[in-house]
Design a protein around this ligand. Sequence first.
Ligand code: NAD
Length: 504
Amino acid sequence: MSSQTISQAQANRERALRYAERLRELRHLIGGRWEGSASGETFEVITPIDDTVIARAAAGGPEEVDRAARAAETAFETWRGVPAKARKRLLHRIADLIEAHAEEIALLEVLDTGQTVRFMKSAAARAAENFRFFADRCESAADGRSLPADGFLNYTLRQAIGPVGVITPWNTPFMLSTWKIAPALAAGCTVVHKPAEWSPLTATRLAELCLEAGLPEGVLNTVHGFGETAGRAVTEHEAVRAIAFVGESATGSHIMAQGAPTLKRVHFELGGKNPVVVFADADLERALDAAVFMIYSLNGERCTSSSRLLVERSVYDAFTAELAERAKRVRTGDPFDPATDIGPLIHPKHVEKVMSYVAAAREEGATVAAGGENPAGNFVTATLFTGARNDMRISQEEIFGPVLTAIPFDDEAEALRLANGVRYGLAAYLWTRDVARAHRFAHGLEAGMVWVNSQNVRHLSTPFGGTKRSGIGRDGGDYSFDFYMETKNVAVALGEHPIPKLGA
Ligand code: NAD
């Protein structure tokens, strides 16, 4: 670390702590009011940087969720009728405020999650972009189709489904929450948000900024708490019509079961074990850059990380040797330092999980070609496993850390078998200069999203989501409105069609 980056890191840390000072007591936002839990229970919010307590949050349960859901139900009656133009203006105002507080949001996110300032500095900009994108679609959200039939005019329209539950994970909480909340509000839904208990700070800021922008009370409600209590209560509440959930696949199964008695509509963005497939004819330098970036950025705590590297055997040794060298130069350290690539992982329990895979790799006979260390606290170095087989746990299970498993393949058919040979199917990355193969392979991949000769570049209109155990449903553009809205068909008779006379 140069003395310049040390002083920048210190300045960032001091600013983050100052911003966090006014968030030391996190309360729920219910019906426009900030409240503690009826039980008085709270939980500690800990920064993964040094495991110290930075805040206490009210621990919500069924009682708080019930009040939040009722508030959302009441607010829905007016919010659904607010003209689209007015909703649009409001959502743009929220985006303005997010942009105005970009530095604060970034630094709070670093403090709360351990993600590095290098990557978090764009978190607020991306969140604002989510609000702007859906703000501009408020006016077309209700659009439907005209389906003329003999003697009839059929037309469809879309209407907001009602109050929805949004349950989010800890990895990039601010950006992810806006990705769900912005389309819900644009559609005319009201929201009960249950943020992750390991990183609740910026959810509170988002709620504050929404109020400041003029969002009517009860339209966005935020209930803090644990998954098994607050989260569960959201999924079980009768007034909540749908659940947008981002998190682990196993949690998705629980939510589906919990929501079954009230027939919840669900939208799941779950785990991944995404392959990056590199053919020998690819631009290997760019493939290497992308492979390194897509696993070691965002602490590897990223659902779309390229955590399985499949490389054609003729270039496997050279490619993985170069990758190991690059991994050794990826910097793990103070997340407030702009020169740091990997910050501390979210929680000691998560570090334990990630490090257990280093032990598993050795037990299963793979080679730890780079990293595999936990030098201090929650810090884990950029790790590469080589000589792996697809049936090993390190190739099959989502590790959700800066850990990459490399496997060689001999031909296209084997590459496809390996790429698809996991329970997950979120994203896939494909590197080849052969155009026909690129399309053929992309069509064969069991994944919701495929990037060809590209890292994960998002275009907000495109469908985002997974297949298999990686999810149900798609987000983005109009796809989001399919979830947050009901399609209604109106059939109008244009003349006098026959009506059978009974009892005449
Ligand atoms: P998690 O499933 O443990 O928790 C996510 C949220 O669900 C938290 O708010 C938690 O409190 C809540 N929750 C837990 N149990 C619940 C229950 N029984 N009922 C209702 N809510 C409950 O996930 P995590 O550890 O916070 O996040 C990491 C996971 O998220 C990884 O698997 C990652 O791949 C996934 N993820 C997916 C995407 C995507 O778009 N596909 C994006 C980011 C993260």
